[in-house]
Design a binder for this molecule. Structure first.
Ligand SMILES: [Zn+2]
Ligand SMILES: [Zn+2]
Length: 315
């Protein structure tokens, strides 16, 4: 009896203490290596239901994740593509965020694609057309194959991620103003993960898009409900500001986190998980970016440099 009681107590404790969201990176770079471009699966542990955050690389990343046991005993990449990925969030229309989706579309199963109207229009007008591919979606040029359903999402409005236990909210970003990119806040119960597509800093882009997001997530950080932020750092600090092309450097990320610290208090940023995405692998740039982040970690953030296929959980 006592044993059973102990078991029940420990099960209840696990239920409350364990973080349930997990991330499986399928691609982590912002260019050059076509087998490893931006895509992150987010889902609830053991649910086998993921939303793909961007889709630069799919199959190469799934194979790597299988090799690293990130999908437990599953060994068939097609099964993951078709059955585990329940939909795609595409942050913006650049090729390094959509190429895996386009290339894998003939083998994929029917599912929704979420994005800003401007992003969906790029898929509809530039990629899922006869000149560059075939129209696997449900709107646009004939013949319409209707495998994917476009979901045009209004910013700042919560929506359910179909066939998952997740809800989400999208925010506009500026990626060389006036060109738009977007971020997504994923919610499961009282846990959240925030993913940024490519973005410039507010000062450089002359917008307040990041500021809007910092205000939105401030209470989530204060209440310890935000499990992680995935944000890009594409270039090292030496990149001239006029040649950023709508991206961040370690110094610009700090500049933005200083604003966030104003809203949450710097003690609340301590050990916050910040997953750095979209490094551009040119020369020894990646090592320089990592070093610049780690040596000037003014808020003692927990920087995570993701590896393709290696599951990230937040215990
Ligand atoms: Zn990109
Ligand atoms: Zn881009």
């Amino acid at each position: 009896m006592r044993k059973i009681l102990l078991l029940i107590t420990s099960l209840i404790f696990q239920q409350f203490s364990a973080q349930n969201l997990e991330v499986i990176p399928l691609g982590v770079y912002g260019g050059i290596d076509e087998s490893n471009l931006s895509s992150y699966l987010v889902g609830v542990k053991k649910n086998n239901s993921y939303l793909a955050l961007d889709a630069g690389t799919l199959t190469s990343g799934i194979k790597r994740a299988i090799a690293l046991d990130s999908f437990d005993t599953i060994t068939d990449p097609q099964l993951i593509l078709k059955n585990y990925i329940k939909g795609y969030f595409i942050s913006h229309g650049h090729l390094d965020h959509v190429s895996g989706l386009i290339i894998n579309s003939p083998e994929d199963s029917s599912k929704p694609i979420y994005g800003l109207t401007s992003t969906i229009d790029i898929l509809k007008e530039k990629y899922f057309v006869n000149g560059s591919w075939s129209n696997f979606a449900n709107e646009g040029e004939e013949p319409i194959l209707r495998k994917y359903q476009y979901r045009k999402i209004t910013p700042l409005q919560s929506f359910p991620v179909e066939n998952t236990a997740l809800n989400a909210e999208i925010f506009e970003l500026s990626h060389v103003n006036p060109q738009k990119s977007s971020a997504i806040l994923i919610k499961h119960k009282d846990e959240y993960i925030l993913y940024f597509g490519d973005t410039g800093a507010d000062r450089i882009e002359k917008t307040n898009n990041l500021d809007i997001i910092w205000k939105r997530i401030a209470p989530l950080i204060i209440n310890k409900n935000l499990q992680a932020i995935l944000i890009e750092v594409s270039f090292p600090n030496q990149q001239p500001e006029e040649k950023l092309f709508g991206h961040l450097t370690p110094n610009l990320l700090n500049e933005e986190f200083i604003k966030l610290a104003d809203y949450v208090g710097k003690e609340n940023l301590e050990e916050l998980n910040v997953i750095i995405t979209h490094l551009k692998p040119s020369g020894n740039q990646i090592e320089i970016i990592k070093q610049e982040l780690l040596t000037n970690n003014i808020f003692n953030l927990n920087y995570i440099f993701p590896n393709q296929g290696k599951k990230i959980s937040f215990e």
